[in-house]
Design a protein around this ligand. Structure first.
Ligand code: AMP
Ligand code: MG
Length: 424
């Protein structure tokens, strides 16, 4: 840390480790209430009910192959040079039930998935047969049960199939459909209000006047909210004044936000008013976090009257620099959103990689370094994505991971093994 003669008020707060700061944040979040939704809307969300099977899947024994349904004992002695000939009495497609029963000397031509006809105890696939008119020559002696899928071999009626708390992936959606569930109960998505702050900001479609830049944070944060399963409420841009900021925050709260994210205005500049507004409007734990980028971070709760009810909403004031805000989101907002969604495993996939570049760090903060990581001969190799300034959004664009450099590593020589958290 550089020496300062004037101590700013917030510097009296201790600089927290990432873990301690995250613990503070997560204490304010709990799984939200459930809602019933069509099954395609359950993807990425958490089941709020146990799902039992009220039927066997498959509901009937069926053929695992296209071939001939036979009585195994009828094929005794069949082989590549010794076909056994049976009469074909029916042609059965999937989705239909056979009219006839297979009796000794007969077979039914059957397609994959079609129910096993009465009398049948084996199916011989086409490749081992030769049909001629109403006759089929079989070049194989199948064991009983050959190519027959039993009723209930996937799911048994009455069994608990999906447990409350399951994080739904495409395979769970398929299982729900299989079980005939049209709608199920899942934890609702959190509504996350996003507010960018700064007199210098204009929206994406506005002309850039002198001294102005576009609001990228609002959009990268909203995209992150979507990516992790929240619903973004776009509050736009607040100017660096207490009145505008207060008004915009209030509008987010009246729109029913479960979490409010701001970017910018939490540093030590003359116009960094976010922390003052938070302190005035609610209860604030303000700290600096021992990380880079993303040191200034304000977290607190704000109270608001929504439709006559007094609600307390957590607010995370993230830094303004485009990389800092995205890294802060990954580290703090993502776990908060997942917790509200009912997800319990908050970890991100990480790998150990060999770092191709040298890194120096002088201030004992945990470094989140933008890297591109790729597989290399059974291991992984990570290289810096160019300039690492916290304003260089391109370093995020080119990155697929963040290398996490521990606080006490002042010098990381090229070739060091580092932990890399995947961004995607
Ligand atoms: P601040 O923390 O408000 O001093 O902002 C730090 C830096 O991030 C400044 O250079 C800002 O112009 C920039 N910045 C702040 N908010 C945004 C935003 N929404 N989009 C892009 N850059 C921003
Ligand atoms: Mg600012």
């Amino acid at each position: 840390m550089e020496e300062r003669t004037v101590k700013h008020e917030h510097e009296l707060y201790p600089m927290l480790s990432v873990e301690d700061a995250l613990e503070h944040v997560l204490r304010a979040f709990h799984p939200l209430e459930p809602e019933r939704v069509p099954i395609l809307e359950t993807l990425g969300r958490v089941l709020a009910e146990d799902i039992y099977a009220d039927l066997d899947i498959p509901p009937h024994a069926n053929s695992a192959m296209d071939g001939y349904a036979v009585i195994a004992a009828d094929t005794t002695g069949a082989g590549p040079d010794a076909p056994v000939r049976l009469r074909v009495i029916e042609n059965l497609a999937a989705g239909y039930v056979a009219d006839k029963t297979v009796t000794p000397g007969t077979a039914i031509r059957i397609m994959t998935g079609a129910p096993i006809p009465d009398g049948v105890d084996a199916v011989i696939r086409f490749e081992r047969t030769q049909q001629e008119g109403e006759w089929v020559d079989l070049y194989y002696e199948p064991p009983v049960g050959n190519n027959i899928r039993c009723a209930g071999e996937d799911v048994r009626k009455g069994d608990l199939i999906l447990v409350k708390g399951t994080h739904v992936r495409p395979q769970e959606v398929g299982m729900l459909a299989s079980l005939g569930c049209r709608e199920v109960s899942v934890i609702r998505r959190p509504r996350v209000a996003i507010l960018a702050t700064g007199d210098e900001l204009v929206d994406v479609d506005e002309p850039l006047g002198p001294g102005k830049i576009r609001n990228s944070n609002g959009y990268s944060n909203a995209a992150q909210v979507l990516k992790y399963g929240g619903v973004p409420l776009m509050l736009g841009i607040a100017r660096d004044s207490v009145s505008d900021l207060t008004a915009k925050i209030r509008s987010g709260l009246t729109q029913g936000a479960d979490l409010l994210l701001t970017s910018g205005g939490v540093s030590v500049g003359d116009f960094d008013v976010v922390k003052n507004v938070l302190a005035g409007e609610g209860e604030i734990t303000f700290w600096r976090v021992r990380m880079k980028p993303g040191k200034p971070l304000a977290f607190g709760q704000i109270q608001a009257e929504v439709n006559g009810d007094l609600r307390t909403v957590p607010i995370l004031g993230m830094p303004g620099n485009p990389v800092s805000v995205m890294v802060s989101f990954e580290v703090f907002a993502r776990p908060a959103i997942l917790t509200m969604l009912g997800v319990t495993d908050l970890s991100k996939p990480t790998v150990e990689a060999v770092l191709e570049n040298e890194i120096r760090s002088k201030d004992e903060r945990r470094h989140y370094v933008r890297v591109h990581v790729q597989e290399d001969g059974g291991g992984y190799r990570a290289s810096l994505t160019g300039q690492q300034g916290s304003g260089i959004l391109n370093s995020m664009v080119k990155a697929n991971g963040l290398a996490i450099i521990p606080e006490d590593w002042a010098h990381v020589p090229a070739g060091s093994r580092v932990r890399v958290m995947f961004l995607d």
